[in-house]
Design a protein around this ligand. Sequence first.
Ligand SMILES: [Zn+2]
Length: 79
Amino acid sequence: MALSKATRLKKLRTLAESEGFASVDDMLAASICDSVVPAICTAKGCDYTVEMEPDQDRGWCGACGRNSVVAAPVLAGII
Ligand SMILES: [Zn+2]
């Protein structure tokens, strides 16, 4: 995945906010045991969020139509 660390962090923060978590760490902790986790589109200018498998790194975006949705654990580098 060719995303910079800054972009990953920004997307993770946006995702945590839109999912109602106080912090990225809270979101990741809550996602550890789930079969689906919060995921966000990584395309520029698109912040579409959806739930996907924890190891998803190119899920389909329902907003911009690209395979650019990445799950939170992948964005955080945990998986
Ligand atoms: Zn998108």
